[in-house]
Design a protein around this ligand. Structure first.
Ligand SMILES: C[S@@+](CC[C@H](N)C(=O)[O-])C[C@H]1O[C@@H](n2cnc3c(N)ncnc32)[C@H](O)[C@@H]1O
Length: 305
């Protein structure tokens, strides 16, 4: 959704932007090619730093100030590192980059065999360790809440049974166990999709990271700044939607029959559109993985954070 990102962020000369999901630098490059702006980037994966070195060598309209190895929850450190307190725009493009998904050694894909890893960065717990050390209840909770898996209990039971016979160490081994625990149906997606998503979310503490990013955002965005967020599944998008709605309201409507409190703080954001943008059919045809992407835009108001 590069075009939609650039349109939403609307890069202007002499402004500074922060890309907290640098990945391969696709969005950063497009932003820097649009205006004589500056851009700071971060990503929790060292892969991004190699791509950042390449971007630094390119001739761009704007100025690339580098990519730090930071998580969303380190966002203030990222800015401090550059001696900057606030920016004119922020872009976050959740999920995985293509090199992360396509490299079997990273363990994200259930289509190729590889070690059961799934760590995006320097986390402590790998997917293999999570699967080996969690009890049936914890596994079932994870698959239900972070994978929205209807058959969470059966999948958890099958994993516990299988690991009593042999340690679960590879992606194809796990995918096979999961598929065998889910009744065959006409569903289009691979039955292992939801379980893999759930494990990845837990291993990388993904939802907590998103909450940390959202909570920090009003403090680091200048008045008039744009924040553009692309989510890939409903759990991510729900957090973003609720956060923006909550902070774009003048006051919580606790009881619509009562007058609103007069001294309630003004909203931190305004929302140019309530429904998220989706990728064009042309983009989905080229990159089918983009089909579930949802882009939300919010504008920081003048209200103090
Ligand atoms: C979909 S890719 C971004 C692709 C990028 N927009 C581009 O144009 O190449 C998502 C990136 O976000 C990074 N990421 C995900 N969660 C993160 C977090 N909590 N903190 C920092 N980076 C994170 C991943 O490592 C990955 O490189």
């Amino acid at each position: 959704m590069v075009q939609e990102v650039v349109q939403s962020l609307s890069p202007q000369d002499h402004e500074t932007y922060l890309d907290v999901t640098f990945g391969q630098g696709g969005h950063a490059r497009a932003i820097l090619n649009t205006a004589q702006c500056s851009l700071i980037a971060s990503d929790r994966d060292t892969l991004a730093q190699k791509a950042a070195e390449k971007l630094s060598q390119e001739k761009l309209k704007g100025q690339f100030l580098g990519c730090s190895l930071n998580r969303f929850s380190d966002i203030t450190d990222t800015l401090q590192h550059h001696g900057i307190k606030s920016v004119d725009g922020l872009i976050a493009d959740f999920g995985l980059s293509s090199p992360q998904i396509n490299n079997p050694e990273r363990g994200f894909s259930f289509k190729h065999d590889g070690p059961l890893d799934m760590r995006m960065g320097e986390n402590t717990l790998s997917a293999q360790e999570f699967i080996a050390s969690s009890d049936e209840q914890e596994l079932s909770f994870t698959f239900k809440h972070y994978g929205e898996e209807r058959f969470a209990k059966s999948v958890a039971r099958a994993i516990v049974k299988a690991r009593q016979v042999q340690a679960i160490t590879s992606t194809l081994q796990l995918a096979h166990i999961v598929r065998s625990a889910i009744p065959h149906s006409s569903q289009k997606i691979d039955p292992a999709t939801r379980t893999f998503q759930a494990i990845r979310i837990v291993v990388n503490s993904e939802l907590n990271e998103i909450k940390a990013l959202l909570n920090a955002s009003p403090h680091i965005l200048k008045a008039g700044a744009r924040i553009v967020i692309i989510s890939f599944h409903s759990l991510e998008d729900r957090l973003v939607k609720q956060f923006f709605r909550q902070h774009a309201q003048n006051h919580p409507h606790i009881n619509r029959h009562l007058p609103s409190p007069p001294d309630f703080p003004p909203p931190l954001f305004s929302l140019p559109f309530h429904k998220p943008l989706s990728p064009s059919q042309d983009e989905i045809n080229i990159n089918p993985r983009a089909r579930s992407a949802r882009l939300r835009l919010a504008l920081r108001t003048h209200a103090p954070s």
